[in-house]
Write a protein that binds this ligand. Structure first.
Ligand SMILES: NC(=O)c1ccc[n+]([C@@H]2O[C@H](COP(=O)([O-])OP(=O)(O)OC[C@H]3O[C@@H](n4cnc5c(N)ncnc54)[C@H](O)[C@@H]3O)[C@@H](O)[C@H]2O)c1
Length: 260
């Protein structure tokens, strides 16, 4: 399905990024992966090429796209997957400015930096695909990290904007919005492990992405129930807030879903 496509994925030394890389490789794509430290071992294991890219730096995102293009041909599909979450301290505005700034740059601006390079190229070439790994927290506010909720909402909105602004140029966009997935990010979270909505594997997310691409859908909802919650919140935002307040009052601090 992706025969010969050049795919570039950030934050892909493991977790969802690695699973998405494997899904594209299985479909015949040529894949470049990157992370904070060069993920050579993962690349060798799966048959990708590896580069170092700190997505909080615009020049490094540009360099990654250049390197991926040199290795595999001009980038057809960019997956902005790297992400961070920092827990709130004491209250909803309690995370440090540093945590907010990093969340903003990594969770949001990496997609802007990549799009600045790729949208003009894709316009010339007649199309391309931007994929952002947002979160269910990008559709509905979640407990424990305001900076995560806000920045994931922002990147989901950016993805939506790109989707309609550039549809006529053949640009496609997918926005991946899972709840809990078994990766380094959720290691040790009892709330994730015991989630009544399911604790998915990274490969489940990659399979949901593949299906969404096949069916030409913007939203990728590996936990189908997220779609139901999203509709409920749109129909009754006060009910959603009341429900989350009730849930919050039941939680102990150590079970909060996001850690630094
Ligand atoms: N695991 C979940 O439950 C879950 C749920 C919803 C969304 N997500 C999102 O999925 C994406 C992938 O996370 P994951 O769950 O696979 O966890 P993960 O920890 O395996 O992957 C995140 C990757 O981002 C990398 N990263 C962090 N800062 C970076 C930076 N400045 N530059 C480059 N890379 C950086 C990390 O090194 C790591 O490899 C993230 O955007 C995360 O927010 C995860």
């Amino acid at each position: 399905m992706f025969q010969g496509k050049s795919v570039a994925i950030t934050g892909a030394s493991g977790g969802i990024g690695r699973a998405v890389a494997e899904m594209f490789l299985a479909g015949g794509a040529k894949v470049a992966i990157s992370d904070l430290t060069c993920p050579t071992e993962t690349a060798n294991a799966i048959g990708a090429v590896a580069f170092k890219c700190d997505v909080s730096e615009e020049s490094q995102v540009e360099d990654f796209i250049d390197s991926a293009s040199a290795a595999n041909g001009p980038v057809d599909i960019f997956v902005a997957n790297a992400g961070v979450g920092y827990g709130d301290e004491k209250h909803a505005a309690g995370a440090s400015n540093k945590a907010w700034e990093l969340s903003w740059k990594i969770n949001v601006m990496q997609s802007v930096y990549a799009s600045r390079v790729l949208l003009p190229e894709w316009k010339e070439r007649g199309g391309g695909r931007l994929i952002v790994t947002a979160s269910a927290a990008g559709l509905m506010a979640q407990i424990g990290s305001a900076s995560y909720t806000v920045t994931k909402h922002a990147v989901a909105a950016f993805a939506e904007q790109v989707a309609f602004e550039h549809a006529h140029q053949g640009v496609k966009v997918n926005c991946i919005c899972p709840q809990y997935v078994r990766t380094n990010m959720t290691k040790g979270f009892s709330m994730a492990e015991n989630s009544p909505d399911g604790f998915l594997e990274p490969s489940d997310v990659a399979n949901a992405l593949k299906l969404a691409i096949e069916e030409d859908r913007f939203l990728v909802l590996p936990h189908a129930v997220v779609g139901e919650y999203f509709k409920h919140r749109a129909a009754d935002v006060d009910g959603y807030i009341a429900g989350m307040a009730k849930l919050k009052s039941k939680l102990k601090a150590e079970t909060l879903p996001i850690k630094s």
